[in-house]
Write a new protein. Structure first.
Length: 721
């Protein structure tokens, strides 16, 4: 075995045999230090010239190269190749090693390639080939661009394989990173919630569309095709002009809630979508404008929701207006008027008809027919409930009836078709009006074009009908009440007239009774005994009492009928009181009552009919005397209260229970009739007094504490000075 140095010396002794390991490279040094005798190659001096030449070229080249030589594929490589071994020492172990054993992990890949070179002389070329190798302590992904070339020995036989190689891992990884980034961006665009597309050129050819775009216009073959060939239904909706403008002017366009009618399924119905979007021009680096980038969102849901909310709001406002108008309606006619004025527009109708069930219940009375020709109006004024017409039918069935078009009229009410044609109405809805729990009428709305009615319409009609039904019910009740009141008033008037006539008729015989009694009393028809005198006095007393009562009734009926004339002047309260007092004075004294006039301004005047004021005061004073026990007190006073003078008559009499205080002003009311019988009266004095006071712009009221006394307050307007 010749040591390396000797080997080298031997080589160098042969002038043709220079060392194959020349130069300063790391691998040249390692090759020189390596004992080649330990390999199948043997001493370098024994190496064929071709091997030596290739090795020399290799070691002096900076391009990564690797050589397998001989049947055992003994390995030699240059500095250029070193980095590919990584840092785990493989770069040292590989030198002089046997190829198959050294590259065991990749032999299944490269083995056949090497065999191909060795056996058939086929050089190979592989670009960016991924061949993972063990390095850096792991199986590393390594990309290679390499060629295997046969190397022949001096005899011309293929004895080795030269690999000229370039590791492209870092480039490949950079590419992969760029690709991954690109993919990530493409994915972001594809899966973005906003719709995105790019169209190019004047033909607007799709270059890119994302999923949201497909969602918007339906899935179609788009990329590479002209926009309006792909979405023909979008033509004529204004988008071409916008896109062209963006392309020509370079100004972006921002659209807000723009409507787009589109077929989301091929051949399907047109669907209206609302979109917010931007058309942005796409400029190339050289400044040419080549396309339009579209970015937007489908806001259909929001728009529809908002519109629904707005419609509901609008509906609410209109319903409120209708409700208000209805609440002011006092008669069925007013109700119908309010419906015509408010419901017609709300329902989008051209005409409205309102009918009520006749009190008898077998007929419908049309209260208001708006937008109906006169002859038809006359013809449909009264509709038998059994008639085969929508109004009557909806009352009978208590259901709404919707007739959407002329065909529906023809199918359902063929006999009405001529009349319907005459009205110009095409579609119609009729709803029953429910009030007080029963159907009390029906209302109809007419349309001059075919129309379909959905659940929304139905609920709107229901809401309108409910309000109209309630209003109609109320108006009908009011009507009935008005009628009842008018009847009651008429009856009352008749009673008053009867009383007036009766009283008048009674007065004549009563006067006769009084007159004849007086004649007898005067003894004009012969002498009168004491007993007769006494009886005649009683007859006269009763006659006067009866006459007084009859006069009061007459008075009352006159006031009630409004037959009383008031002669209003300025009257001094002190004068009126003095006049009354002179009349009741004897009674006051007879009952030993104290009569007190408070400290009052004697000049104070009221605007009143003097005689009637006196009549009221007499009545109040008479009552005070009548209902106060002997020895009691009556206090009269008056003062200015606001624009009035309040005159009070206070007594220390029996008083009136609180519950009775308001009724004593009603005609013929006496707190205790039995009691009164001993005290006279018919219960008309206060009724007449209050009517008279009110007739003069004043009033009369009472306060009382039973057992303590009563205070009656008469107010009269202050006299203008
Ligand atoms: P009458 O002719 O019965 O007096 P009025 O209309 O003057 O009729 O009075 C109605 C009733 O009011 C009287 O019957 C009496 O019960 C009650 N009343 C009126 N004034 C007084 C009073 N000053 N004190 C107590 N009760 C009174």
């Amino acid at each position: 075995m010749i040591p390396n140095a000797a080997d080298d010396a031997a080589l160098h002794s042969d002038p043709r045999m220079t060392s194959p390991f020349m130069g300063a490279s790391t691998m040249a040094a390692r090759c020189r230090a390596f004992d080649w005798n330990t390999t199948a190659l043997g001493a370098t001096s024994s190496w064929p010239l071709s091997l030596r030449t290739v090795v020399a070229v290799m070691l002096e080249s900076r391009h990564p190269m690797f050589l397998w030589w001989g049947p055992e594929l003994i390995q030699i490589y240059n500095d250029g190749y070193l980095p590919s071994f990584g840092s785990s020492g493989r770069d040292v172990a590989a030198l002089g090693a046997r190829g198959r054993a050294h590259w065991a992990e990749i032999w299944p890949v490269i083995g056949p390639q090497i065999d191909g070179v060795l056996q058939r002389g086929e050089a190979t070329w592989h670009e960016d080939h991924l061949i993972p190798i063990e390095r850096n302590g792991r199986l590393d992904d390594v990309w290679w661009t390499y060629g295997y070339s046969p190397v022949r020995d001096d005899a011309g036989e293929i004895a080795g394989v030269l690999v000229v190689v370039q590791e492209t891992t870092s480039r490949m990884l950079a590419h992969a990173a760029v690709d991954a980034e690109r993919f990530r961006i493409a994915e972001l665009i594809r899966r973005a919630p906003a719709f995105i597309s790019v169209v190019r050129g004047p033909a607007l050819v799709f270059e890119l569309v994302n999923d949201a775009y497909r969602e918007l216009v339906g899935d179609r073959e788009m990329v590479g095709r002209s926009m309006f060939d792909v979405i023909p239904e979008a033509r004529g909706q204004g988008f071409e002009a916008l896109l062209t403008r963006v392309l020509t002017t370079g100004e972006p366009y921002v659209g807000h809630e723009v409507s787009l009618d589109v077929m989301r399924t091929p051949g399907g119905p047109l669907e209206r979508r609302y979109i917010n979007f931007v058309y942005a021009p796409l400029d190339e680096a050289d400044g040419t404008r080549t396309g339009v980038f579209t970015h937007g969102v489908d806001v259909t849901q929001q728009v529809l929701m908002r519109r629904t909310a707005e419609a509901a709001q609008e509906r609410l406002i209109r319903l409120q207006a209708l409700t208000e108008a209805l609440s002011a309606a006092a008669t069925p006619g007013d109700v119908a008027e309010a419906i015509v004025a408010h419901a017609t527009q709300m329902l989008g109708a051209v005409g409205t008809i309102v009918a009520r069930v006749e009190p008898g219940g077998d007929r419908l009375d049309v209260v208001r027919a708006h937008q109906l020709p006169d002859d038809l109006r006359a013809q449909w004024e009264r509709i038998p409930l059994q008639a085969d017409v929508p109004l009557a039918e909806s009352v009978r069935t208590e259901q709404w009836i919707a007739i959407e078009n002329r065909e529906a009229w023809a199918a359902r009410y063929p006999h009405l078709l001529p009349a319907i044609d005459a009205t110009g109405h095409v579609a119609s809805v009729v709803v029953p009006l429910v009030g007080g729990g029963r159907v009390i009428g029906a209302m109809g709305a007419a349309y001059d074009a075919p129309r379909s009615f959905d659940e929304n319409d139905r609920s709107l009609f229901a809401a309108v009908a409910e309000r109209c039904g309630q209003a109609l019910e109320r108006a009908l009740l009011l009507d009935a009440e008005r009628r009842a009141r008018a009847e009651a008033e008429a009856a009352n008037r008749a009673k008053g007239e009867f009383l007036a006539v009766m009283s008048h008729e009674l007065r004549t015989p009563l006067n006769a009774i009084g007159g004849y009694a007086e004649l007898m009393e005067l003894g004009l028809h012969g002498p009168v005994s004491d007993q007769q005198q006494h009886d005649l006095a009683r007859i006269q007393h009763s006659q006067r009492h009866l006459l007084g009562m009859i006069n009061q009734v007459l008075n009352y009926t006159r006031v009630e009928r409004g037959a009383v004339q008031y002669d209003l002047t300025s009257v001094r309260v002190s004068d009126a009181l003095a006049a009354a007092e002179s009349l009741v004075g004897p009674q006051v004294r007879a009952h030993k009552l104290r009569y007190v006039i408070g400290e009052c301004d004697p000049a104070l005047g009221v605007r009143a009919d003097e005689e009637k004021l006196r009549q009221i005061l007499i009545n109040l004073l008479t009552n005070a005397i009548k209902f106060t026990d002997d020895g009691g007190e009556i206090v009269v006073s008056y003062s200015v209260v606001g624009a009035n003078v309040a005159i009070t008559v206070h007594d220390t009499g029996i008083g009136i229970e609180a519950a009775k205080l308001s009724t004593i002003f009603e005609p013929f009311v006496q707190v205790d009739p039995a009691f009164t019988r001993t005290r006279d009266g018919v219960g008309l004095g206060l009724a007449i007094s209050r009517d008279l006071a009110r007739g003069m712009g004043g009033d009369l009221r009472a306060d009382s504490v039973p057992g303590i006394g009563s205070t009656f307050t008469l107010t009269m307007p202050l006299a203008p000075d």
